[in-house]
Design a binder for this molecule. Sequence first.
Ligand code: PAF
Length: 278
Amino acid sequence: MARTIAALRQTVSGWKRQGFTVGFVPTMGALHEGHLALVREAGQRADRVIASVFVNPTQFAAHEDLGSYPRQEARDAELLAGAGCALMYAPAVEEMYPADATTTISVGAPAEALEGAARPHMFGGVALVVAKLLNQVQPDVAVFGEKDYQQLIVIKRLVRDLDIPVEIVGSPTIRDGHGLALSSRNAYLSEDQLEVARRLNGVLAEAGARVATGAALPAVEAEAREALLHAGFSHVDYVAVRRADDLTEFEGGSVDAPARVLAAAWVGKTRLIDNLPV
Ligand code: PAF
């Protein structure tokens, strides 16, 4: 395990001297099968895989769950080793953010709608920590889950706009036997809430099927929102059908390019997101 940028760089430069390529999977820990699939994907694409475990304070708002976010570092280390990760990088907050650090990153349009509208602070924090992690690790390839689809789009834009020399790969969402996207936050759900949460994917699949038959997008989005409330979700932040490549809206309300249907909804105090290709 590496705790410091210096220790990380020493290992990585040793690998590079030996001609090994490096794959990277950034995480906030509390690992599940979804993260391990990203590690395996990185292992298919590079000779050595590094995973970071860092609960990034700059992407949480003051009222969010930074303090209670699940932390289980020893278990994470074991799971990563089992999935073929060669090095876990788990820096302290002070290592990542010196007290006098002042630089921020604003990605602009791709970060503003959907998740960005519901959680305005979030993508600035994600972009900052991911830019720092990519500079620290200097991987050839980095793998991100499609579960956080907008995050993947934001990071692709960040890397292109800042000329960061890394290939960004999106990896399909891993689901439980009922279609629920695996998420560290699923740990917050009671049995009853899990039943509700498991409807999210089905509602999105129905919406996608309606889009494929040519139904008008505002109607599909409104129906899906109603279906989620009916299924027991307490609040729906958004259901939206967007262009898959940049998440902009379809003008004229009909789909003429690859699309993605995305949603965020609350079960009690837990906020869940999911998305599917249309
Ligand atoms: O997806 C996550 O777990 C986080 O947003 C990431 C990419 C590790 C940055 O903190």
